[in-house]
Design a protein around this ligand. Structure first.
Ligand code: GRF
Length: 192
């Protein structure tokens, strides 16, 4: 009997980790994709508890350790894909080069609108509100050296009402994130 090749995913996250949770739950018991590691740049990130609850290895890499190219590459050598799920540190260029087309990010807006440096978390949703947008959504994209610039793998939209504040917008968008991020990771990995 042929055994399927196991693909290993590492999640990078800095915060609450609701996307990481959605991804971990989706791939539980999956036949050829495994979430093997959660990496963070924040010791106190809640995502670490989610990973531990699910018996997934965690690793904290401090800002200065990211500069140790050989060490970081050695740690990540055996992974097929890096999923950025609310990771707030700019990915070093050496990592992008080695993992070319193998780093996926989720952005909580419809890029190219509301993207770029400083556009993360609630900043994005506040900007959407201030612009009076009547829709927002998600963009799942490959990561290259420029913020929010890589190839789009998926966009999904949600309708906003005039009454929605930034908080409400973030909730609507987060629901889309949880629905689509794991599926797009699965689809993309099947082609790698
Ligand atoms: C999400 O909105 C994600 O799109 C953005 O940061 C937020 C992270 O939320 N990049 P969580 O930590 O997954 O709950």
């Amino acid at each position: 009997m042929e055994t399927e090749v196991q693909k290993k995913v590492v999640i990078f996250a800095s915060g609450a980790g609701s996307n990481a949770k959605a991804i971990i739950e989706y791939f539980k018991g999956h036949n050829n994709i495994e979430i093997s590691l959660v990496v963070t740049n924040r010791k106190e990130a809640k995502v670490l508890d989610i990973a531990k609850d699910n018996k997934i290895y965690t690793l904290y890499i401090s800002k200065s350790e990211w500069e140790q190219k050989e060490k970081v590459l050695e740690i990540l050598a055996s992974y097929d894909l890096i999923a950025l799920a609310g990771f707030l540190l700019k990915i070093p260029d050496y990592l992008i080069e080695v993992f070319r087309n193998r780093i996926i990010n989720i952005h909580p807006a419809l890029l190219p609108k509301f993207g770029g440096k400083g556009m993360y978390g609630m900043n994005v949703h506040r900007a959407v509100k201030e612009a009076g947008e009547l829709e927002s959504g998600i963009t799942i994209h490959l990561v290259d050296e420029v913020y929010d610039n890589g190839l789009h793998l998926k966009q999904a939209k949600v309708t906003l009402s005039r009454e929605d504040d930034a908080n409400k917008i973030s909730k609507k968008v987060l629901a889309l994130e949880h629905e689509f991020f794991p599926k797009i990771i699965e689809q993309y990995l099947s082609k790698l």
